[in-house]
Design a protein around this ligand. Structure first.
Ligand SMILES: NC(=O)c1ccc[n+]([C@@H]2O[C@H](COP(=O)([O-])OP(=O)(O)OC[C@H]3O[C@@H](n4cnc5c(N)ncnc54)[C@H](OP(=O)(O)O)[C@@H]3O)[C@@H](O)[C@H]2O)c1
Length: 222
């Protein structure tokens, strides 16, 4: 969000539980904060429409909404018990909301534009991960590949940015043993930062004119 504002974009962003943080960020950056629970019927479409109305149109959509696991503590590769618990919720937040947001947003992008989905290295490579999370992120790459074909003639590009483990955010549920393994195999020998991811997202959202249907894995070289 900050990176988009720094590059001169007018921005609306959604929040779910972090109301105070979102309002402070909106005030700091002069952006619009929109409350959203993607699990409520019709809420995702309404949020996209509200953003387009408040911004007088849409040039880009970034879908970063996601949850890391079906449960707390997180389900990882060594625990396949109780597979159905939380699965529909995770898929609704990570996959369904992205598809719904994209389909509504593309119809409002009358002058073309860019769509960026936040995937994960877990959806691209065979790394230790929570299987439901990995398959939800892989779904975003399939979504982007298919939609790139449909949206190309409308001058709309759609891509996925797939981070590895970052210093903060969703990765807080990753167990220590996996964090240690990650650092062992990473060429960069460190976790990524949200700013490093945001730079690529902002480039794809605001400056990209030709890349589409692709997944960019930003994992420090695993
Ligand atoms: N951090 C990492 O290491 C990492 C690595 C790979 C991929 N990613 C991906 O990058 C994206 C952003 O991750 P992050 O690290 O910034 O995680 P995060 O801080 O947990 O952000 C997740 C976002 O999803 C929103 N959200 C969750 N449930 C929602 C719901 N039911 N309705 C609407 N919004 C909801 C949250 O809103 P509130 O905070 O307001 O509740 C928050 O804005 C995610 O898609 C994540 O999977 C992160």
């Amino acid at each position: 969000m900050r990176e988009l504002r720094a590059r001169g974009a007018t921005v609306a962003f959604s929040y779910n539980s972090a109301k105070a943080k979102a309002e402070a960020l909106a005030a700091e950056t002069d952006a619009r904060a929109i409350a959203l629970d993607v699990l409520e019927a019709g809420a995702t479409v309404a949020a996209v429409e509200r953003a387009a109305a408040e911004l007088s149109g849409l040039d880009a959509l970034v879908h970063a909404i996601g949850v890391a696991s079906t449960r707390v503590p997180a389900l990882f590769d060594d625990d396949l018990a109780d597979a159905e618990s939380g699965l529909d919720r995770l898929l609704a937040i990570n996959v369904r909301s992205a598809y719904v947001a994209v389909t509504r947003a593309q119809s409002l992008m009358t002058n073309g534009g860019n769509i960026v989905l936040l995937g994960s290295v877990d959806g691209e490579k065979s790394v230790p991960s929570a299987p439901p999370y990995a398959m939800s992120k892989a779904a975003l790459s399939g979504m982007a590949r298919a939609l790139a074909k449909v949206l190309g003639p409308k001058k709309i590009r759609i891509n996925v940015v797939a981070p590895g483990i970052l210093e903060a955010g969703a990765s807080s549920v990753v167990p220590e043993r996996i964090r240690v393994e990650y650092l062992k195999h990473s060429n960069a020998k460190r976790f990524g930062t949200s700013v490093e991811i945001a730079r690529t997202v902002a480039h794809l959202a605001m400056e990209n004119t030709y890349v589409t249907g692709k997944t960019m894995v930003l994992d420090g070289g695993l």
